[in-house]
Ligand binder design. Sequence first.
Ligand code: ADP
Ligand code: MG
Length: 352
Amino acid sequence: MDRAETATVVVDYSLTTTTTGGEDDPTVLDVQGAIIPGSVFGKYRVLRSLADGGMGMVFLGEDLTLGRMVALKFLHQRLLGDTSAVPRFFAEAVAAARVSHPGVVSVFDCGSVEGGAYLVMEYLTGESLSSRIKRSGRLPIARVLDLGTQLALTLAATHEAGVIHRDLKPGNIHLVPDPAGSDHEFVKVLDFGVAKLLTSSGPPLTQRGDLLGTPYYMAPEQSFDPSTVDHRCDIYSLGCLLYQLVTGTVPFRGSILEILIGHKRVQAASTRSFDPAIPPALDELILRMMAKSPDERPASMVDVVNILASIQVQEPARPPAPLTIGEGMTVVGILVGLGLLLVGIRYLAGLL
Ligand SMILES: Nc1ncnc2c1ncn2[C@@H]1O[C@H](COP(=O)(O)OP(=O)(O)O)[C@@H](O)[C@H]1O
Ligand SMILES: [Mg+2]
């Protein structure tokens, strides 16, 4: 596949308009344009709000025909007037649907209702990686290696399908608990709203999309040279994300400009300066993924997977069981006691 070119994907959502069943049907939007929980449109019932993202509001919903829970994402009302927002919203569905992989959220349907646009996705239990980071801060190295490997495998499949995500960040990654109840969690990549589709010909999917994304994780070429962006911008973003997972902080902070200049010019501090227990090979990989020049990064997500697989987690060496003060006191106490006993016996023997 020639990845130098991109293609426009336009979904004519007027063809997929869902109408409410009859005049008595509750409307989905109230007068302020907010989604009304409990309302029904087409075969979906809106249940309750799950999250409010930059582009959409996500609700728990019910597919009344199939009798299953779904996630319903509605494009923000304030974006409806933005001519590029609606095609980009539907392009998200197309991009996600292009990749069939357990690590990518499944999109079942998309359409419009009352002038608004919606996507229907599989409903994910668990929590977003951003809420996990807020709750737990840094994650243990073994967990980072596992999540990193799952993400790199998922993105390898995404790239193979000709889709570059371009907005990898904790809010766009979901951690789903193992239904079997183990400690293991499954990664799901969400939000292909800024994704770029690669095909053999055609103009860019969206001009504005090149400027979108989140500065904390954004590859330098995404902000300074967007026409050159390829799959290696996702490698950079994943590097920034792994950096945050092992250190507890993003590599560059400050104003948006300072962050963008940091990505472009500043060498991030070694992760081992935060914690010397981070394996040198993991530190080296993360910094290499964050190389300023895409040519100096691992060439593909498959390479990232292979390097992650070779990194050994050093279980903290079990130190010799320390003699605790309590135990020490006990040992000393017994010796002193025995000594006193001997002295006592000799004293008594002397008396007799
Ligand atoms: N399929 C889903 N199941 C459960 N929660 C979801 C689902 N999709 C999104 N969310 C929640 O909604 C948040 C915002 O979703 P996202 O697709 O990133 O919206 P935006 O494009 O507005 O950033 C996510 O961080 C996640 O917490
Ligand atoms: Mg998002």
